[in-house]
Write a protein that binds this ligand. Structure first.
Ligand SMILES: [Ca+2]
Ligand SMILES: [Ca+2]
Ligand SMILES: [Ca+2]
Length: 496
């Protein structure tokens, strides 16, 4: 596997960071304007929204999850928050036939025969009452209904406490149907599954997609466990190939596909592995490294990702020298609101101002660029190959597994393989960042990459065995991250 960091003429050649070609133009096609709906009610300060109004739909969630909803409500779409007009607009919104809805019913009231539940009566009566006083009945709306119609229909019914969209919760069997989940010890080390229920609740049931750009050797966008998580532009392309100057960033090395799977392999789909970030992530493939794993277009790749709407960039690559072009691209990315996660390098060396690695060395001084070293998925200690520094390496994450050749992820042609390196630790961390960004966006919290970085590092474990290796001995912990995130969201006073 390549170990050399090659400097070619005036350009810096980056190599991938798994232990283990040429110039393109930036594709200027933009993503479609995002349609944004505000929520019908501010749930962050109203713990019992049904006290205020009987029918409370999460309009934002419906807009994001339901194509039919968007078509029906096309005429009242807006392209920015319309908080001021929400009270006038929301009752015109049509809730489509087939929408899964939950009705909170006063059971004793229904048993007395007092309910009039008009249009919804039959379906509700088909469901047996449980031995509780207030019970949620789940059913589907049998015809399109204006929100105001629904409100009117239910207003007089004393047995109806509240109506909303349904929400499906996922418990510890969240991952059970990814057949190779049991081989992913790295997800256990970072308490991934323990964290998902909290992340879900913090997202208010929303599933806000975030886009993670994998600036790497490309991605096999046809892979069975990746094809459904690929980002696409208006032309149906999944990114760009700076090595061959085309818009098909297919992976001809294996490295980028492995990285992509660690971030966002299609989760709970009955196939292959689970991704660290679960469901709400799209992968943008930005190919800057050739089949041999090197190239000089990494900074171009960063700008492509920023200009095309990525929320997060992962760079599992590096070069052993400072580079002003990369430094500038990183600062621009962060200024544009993009969080960048980079690998620390695999030479088991102390990073210093003179033994400098790019982009890893820039994380120290740029809030929003996170430099990641590797720990072993079983022992939790620093991986033997990982670079280290208690100032430059800001967190450790699993990138190896003792007794095997690494951590399991996707590689081209529907295959799976174990690789090890800080190249693997970085995307595991990028997956964690994706969960944080998804929750912040779902809660309409304006954030910058510095906040994202602080949530990741504050939530990390401080391990004594890593004290001399990484800043504060930090090791990624998703459950800790979710708890810090909860604190941030509860204390956020910017409103919706
Ligand atoms: Ca290509
Ligand atoms: Ca899967
Ligand atoms: Ca940093």
């Amino acid at each position: 596997m390549p170990k050399l960091f090659t400097v070619l003429m005036a350009t810096i050649s980056f190599i991938l960071m798994a232990c283990g070609s040429n110039k393109g133009q930036v594709d200027q096609s933009s993503t479609p304007a995002k349609v944004v709906y505000t929520q019908a009610i501010d749930r962050s300060i109203n713990l019992n929204p049904f006290q205020e109004q009987k029918v409370v739909f999460n309009i934002y969630s419906l807009a994001n999850s339901d194509q039919n909803f968007n078509e029906l409500n096309d005429s009242i779409r807006v392209e920015s928050d319309f908080l001021a007009s929400i009270n006038n607009t929301v009752s015109d919104i049509i809730i489509p036939m087939g929408t899964d809805i939950s009705i909170l019913i006063d059971n004793p009231c229904v048993l007395e025969g007092s309910s009039k539940i008009s249009a919804l009566r039959l379906e509700v009566q088909d469901q047996l009452p449980l031995p509780i006083k207030k019970q949620i009945y789940n059913l589907q709306l049998k015809s399109d209904r204006h929100l105001s119609q629904l409100e009117e229909e239910l207003e007089d019914d004393k047995c109806v406490i509240g109506v909303s969209e349904s929400q499906t919760y996922h418990k510890q069997d969240f991952y059970m149907d990814d057949p190779r989940r049991s081989e992913q010890a790295y997800l256990d080390l970072i308490k991934a599954e323990e964290s998902y229920a909290l992340f879900d609740s913090l997202s208010l049931g929303n599933t806000e997609d975030v886009v993670v750009a994998v600036v790497d050797t490309g991605v096999d966008y046809n892979h069975e466990d990746l094809k459904n998580v690929m980002w696409s532009n208006a032309d149906g392309k999944h990114g760009f190939d700076f090595v061959n100057n085309d818009d098909e960033p297919m992976d001809d090395n294996d490295h980028g596909s492995h990285v992509a799977g660690l971030i966002a392999a299609d989760t709970n789909n009955g196939i292959g592995i689970a991704g660290t970030a679960g469901k709400n992530v799209k992968i943008m493939a930005v190919k800057v490294l050739s089949a041999s794993g090197s190239g000089s277009d990494a900074a171009n790749g960063v700008r492509y990702a920023v200009e095309n709407g990525a929320d997060i960039i992962n760079m599992s690559l590096g070069s052993a020298r400072e580079n002003a072009q990369m430094a500038a691209a990183l600062r621009e990315a962060v200024a544009a609101g993009v969080t960048v996660v980079v690998a620390a390098g695999n030479d088991n060396k102390l990073i210093t101002p003179t033994d400098f690695y790019s982009p890893a060395g820039y994380g120290k001084d740029i809030e929003g660029v996170i430099t990641v070293g590797s720990v072993d998925a079983l022992s939790g200690s620093k991986s033997s190959f990982s670079n280290y520094s208690t100032t430059y390496v800001e967190i450790g994450a699993p990138g190896s597994r003792q007794g095997t050749s690494g951590v399991l992820s996707t590689i081209p042609d529907n295959r799976y393989a174990r690789f090890q390196g800080t190249s693997m630790a970085s995307p595991v961390t990028a997956g964690a960042v994706a969960l944080v960004v998804s929750s912040l966006k779902s809660n309409k919290i304006s954030y910058d990459p510095a906040l994202t970085e602080s949530i990741i590092v504050e939530g990390a474990d401080k391990r004594s065995e890593l004290e001399s290796r990484f800043v504060d001995g930090r090791r990624l912990n998703l459950l800790g991250t979710a708890r810090v995130l909860e604190h941030v969201i509860i204390n956020f006073d910017g409103g919706f």
